[in-house]
Design a protein around this ligand. Sequence first.
Ligand SMILES: [Zn+2]
Length: 364
Amino acid sequence: MRRAGFLVWLLIFLLLLEASLVSAAQVHYVSNKDSLYKISEWYGVDVPSIARTNNLEAPYTIYPGQVVIVPDPVARPGEIIYRVKAGDSLYSIAKAHGLSKDELMSYNKLASELIYSGQALRIPTKPQPSAVRTLAAAYSASTYYYNIPDLMKAYPARIFLRGQAQDKVVALTFDDGPDPVFTPQILDVLAYHGVPATFFVRGDRVAQYPQVVQRMIQEGHVVGGHSWSHPNLRSLSADRIRWQVENTAKEIKKWTGLEPKLMRPPYGEMSEEGMAELASMDNYLINWSADSNDWQAKGRDDVLIGAIPGSKPGAIVLMHSAGGVGQSLQPTIDALPYFIYTLRVQGYKFVTVDKLLGTPAYKS
Ligand SMILES: [Zn+2]
């Protein structure tokens, strides 16, 4: 029956919605007296999990002003994780789970009765499957890649998701610009912090806002192509792909004198025939290893939660400098200073993609 089918889907949707609300990692803004151990106690998440999520090395030094992404606590055998809701008290939570308030407090090593909405409490129970998703699910590998691993085997020196993982360097990349609203603000933030980045630009937008691309070059950034009109290149013929890439390169050269060799396909997707075209044009396909998911962020915390866990040595970080009609990149602009500061105090340097990979950015 149609109606029953609809209700089943509605139920699945609501369950997924609940799961996604429950699994949200959190951003902690580090103040003077914080330590990783205090953060661990406060959020009920063990120190190694937090350190792993933030790529911190022992002795886990953190600095005021940086952010720490706090992953979901993972239930141990014999317990569940309960998220405090508005209106809950320690007494009501304990009673609902057949415990005394004191038992609940001592099990969670709580020093005070103050609890806050969203706080995770461990509830001892008989062994049962936990409904709480782990970080692994939240940060699962991007589903954009599809055939990219196969293409990488065929073109090992042409396709990159990251650089060598030895030094603490990361490359920030911004897709979909230029635009007259958000890209200039991102350039302002990068200039203020002295961070070089790589912009993968759309040909049709370069034609509209060439002065923004000229500014990128003047301020020490690298510009690569992101197709002319942002189609999924996997669904285009080899000829159309060549047209998308060549026309964009020509447009960039027209305004900057530089013909890019770095190419990021929209959605990170490329067909086998298209890859052969790219290689014959002496282009490099540059995807990413850390996806900030900034285009769907509701605020800066979402961007930080997306970007920081993947920002390991050699990472290529995906962000955006322009969106579709009516789309705001304000969360990206707001998150950038925290992202930059957090990585810098942990010893990272920012480089452009060509420097990270040791490939030329432009044709000579
Ligand atoms: Zn794009």
